[in-house]
Design a binder for this molecule. Structure first.
Ligand code: CAA
Length: 271
């Protein structure tokens, strides 16, 4: 691991995004939400850029995992209230503005959220779209939409309930109360909590560790875990078994098992 860290070089992409920054480092991609003046409020343009960047990295065979982060003060303080405040029900429905969010769900590669500061409303929902969450000690999480006279609209009522259970989700969604990083860790909403100067590095290290595995196995594993949201246990178990059997058609399964038996590190090709 230290070998990877010492040789790492971040390459910042030249692209036309105005609300996010993108970079690659070894075999991972880093997408940084970049509207700091409004605490990374998620307007439509930002979400379009974010999903475009994620789709691009998902197609890039040199990339094995993606980190999404914001700033130390805010991961994202929610959907852009200024953009939404004058919406009508008919317009917001016809334009189906949150449909963009479905594209995050379609990303096959693992996404790790590195979260510091505010992760509220849509910020918390964006984070819950990710596969692993590394938080800083200053992070705070919540679904404060009730205080605006609305409810979470980008998956919060569904995902938060599945993650923390009915009663805690109900309390957070009905009161809008934010929780600290320590509380979030205790309720299983984040994987781990680190000092603010370390959380992003930890997320990158984890992403690189995953990117070094067999990519075909990683993607089928992610797909199978996410099926848990959509299916009954019986259907989910069948799906997992199908993905497991299918991996025996891959070179990586042959190489991985052979390498174990030969007591050497595996050389995965993602095929
Ligand atoms: N949308 C638009 N602008 C926002 C924003 C948001 N969600 N959150 C913060 N901002 C802006 C503020 O308007 C302010 O802009 P100005 O300097 O131009 O006035 C700037 O960011 C800094 O914010 P504050 O001055 O309010 O900073 P603070 O430190 O005093 O408070 C905060 C921070 C507690 C996060 C507070 O900004 C806040 O409560 N924000 C809104 C949180 C929220 O309600 N999120 C849910 C949005 S709805 C949603 O997300 C729906 C969904 O399900 C997708």
């Amino acid at each position: 691991m230290s070998d990877v860290t010492t040789k790492s070089q971040t390459n910042t992409s030249q692209n036309s995004y105005t609300n996010i920054l993108t970079a690659t480092e070894d075999n991972i991609a880093i997408v940084t939400l970049n509207r700091p003046k409004v605490l990374n409020a998620l307007n439509h343009e930002l979400m379009t850029e974010l999903t475009d960047a994620l789709a691009g990295f998902d197609q890039d065979s040199a990339i094995g995992a993606i980190v999404i982060t914001g700033g130390d003060r805010a991961f994202a303080a929610g959907a852009d209230i200024k953009e939404m405040s004058d919406e009508t029900a008919i317009n917001i429905m016809l334009q189906n503005k949150f449909a963009t969010w479905d594209k995050i769900r379609a990303v096959k590669k693992p996404i790790i959220a590195a979260v510091s500061g505010f992760a509220l409303g849509g910020g918390c929902e964006l984070m819950m779209n990710c596969d692993i969450i590394i938080a800083s000690e200053t992070a705070q999480f919540g679904q404060p939409e009730i205080n605006l006279g609305v409810i979470p609209g980008a998956g919060g009522t569904q995902r938060l309930t599945r993650i923390v259970g009915k009663y805690k989700a109900m309390e957070l969604i009905l009161t809008g109360r934010p929780v600290t990083a320590a509380e979030a860790l205790a309720m299983g909403l984040v994987n781990r909590v680190l000092p603010v100067e370390l959380y992003l590095e930890e997320a990158k290290t984890l992403a690189k560790q995953i990117a070094g595995k067999s990519q075909v196995a990683v993607q089928l594993a992610k797909e199978a875990v996410l099926k848990n949201y959509d299916m009954s246990l019986t259907e989910g178990l069948e799906f997992e078994r199908k993905n497991f059997y299918m991996l025996f058609a891959s070179d990586d399964q042959k190489e991985g098992m052979k390498a174990f038996l030969e007591k050497r590190p595996a050389k995965f090709t993602g095929k």
